[in-house]
Ligand binder design. Sequence first.
Ligand code: KG4
Ligand code: ZN
Length: 377
Amino acid sequence: MNILAIDTSCDDTSVAITEDRKLLANVFWSKIKTYEKWGGVVPSEAKRQHIEFLPKALEKAFEDVNAALNQQPQSKNPKSKFTIENIDSIAVTYGPGLAIALESGIQTAKNLAKKHNKKLIAVNHMIGHIYSNLVLDENGKSYSGVDEFEFPLLALTISGGHTDLYLMHNHFDFNHIGYTIDDAIGETFDKVGRMIGLPYPAGPKIEKLAQEGNEDAFKFPRPMSNSNDYLWSYSGLKTAVLYTIKKLVDEYEDKPQKKKFKVEDLSEKLTDQQIKDIAASFQRAAVEALLIKVKKALVEFNPKMLVVGGGVIANSYLREKLQAECEKKDVPLYYPKPIWLCTDNAAMIGVTGYYYAKYNKFVENIDELDRIPNLRI
Ligand code: KG4
Ligand code: ZN
């Protein structure tokens, strides 16, 4: 089954073509730099970018498939061109995400489906992050190392907007057992990053700085670590980092800072080493707070595997710590190894679409499909 997939949930314009679980083409268009000065994504800018880039990204995706086909020595009929006529269904993210950004992808997908008489599949972006583990490369090899999901499994989604844990007993059978009661883990990386002068998205930059910092330099809390549940809370950690920074700045300026909570760039008044130590100590606290609950769930549910998706699993410090815990509990751990498959992408939407199709989950009335910005699993 060939699927043309589109994801415009946030600021990346992304289009992919998949054949069952195999990725044939994967195109990204991102102009993230425009957001740096704002410290976050500007929805109207994201929308403008999607409208401008979607046609080019679609064209490039078909070009890439054709280029790959022509390179194959065994190609039986090199003259035949792969076009939208070779596509069976169109899969598009309909939520969660930024409303006006989602809208661009949905409109494009609807138009294409109607014009070319294709079935439409509306994909939940967060299910996409979980199923990103099932994407295969052009040789049919899994990017995460997992051949198929084995149930029951635990699925952890950690991104800019989500920190969630699900127990799955089958495909599309999600039992939501854990979530954050305030900020998401990725959002916390971004906000702490802002305090130490890092542009959005700050996660990768914090990871890099942390490598040169002392993770024992500051004692930050691991909120909710003693609660007997699968809830997380990151806003207290964020506040603790801010107060630590304000204290350092007080010492620097020899006068107390305003106590009001505000995420702001205070990096000018910090030394490079202080910034690195804050990054390392914060990263450790954020990761440990996550792991406390994951460890507990591994024991309670004894899953066949733990699968992880979302931008934050790009973090190699987290990868190592999580791997060590899973080995202790003898639970196989899977996450997409390439960073582009952890952060937002359409490849995962194509493969998730393939599973939707297998379970006959097509959009019944194309005109009625609407974005759902706060869609849940
Ligand atoms: O999945 P994603 O691309 O978009 C959402 O659906 O939210 O995740 C983006 C989030 C951002 O908050 C970003 O700072 C975080 O993932 N992130 C990281 C790393 N790379 C991306 N956080 C920590 N360490 C990283 N290396
Ligand atoms: Zn995402």
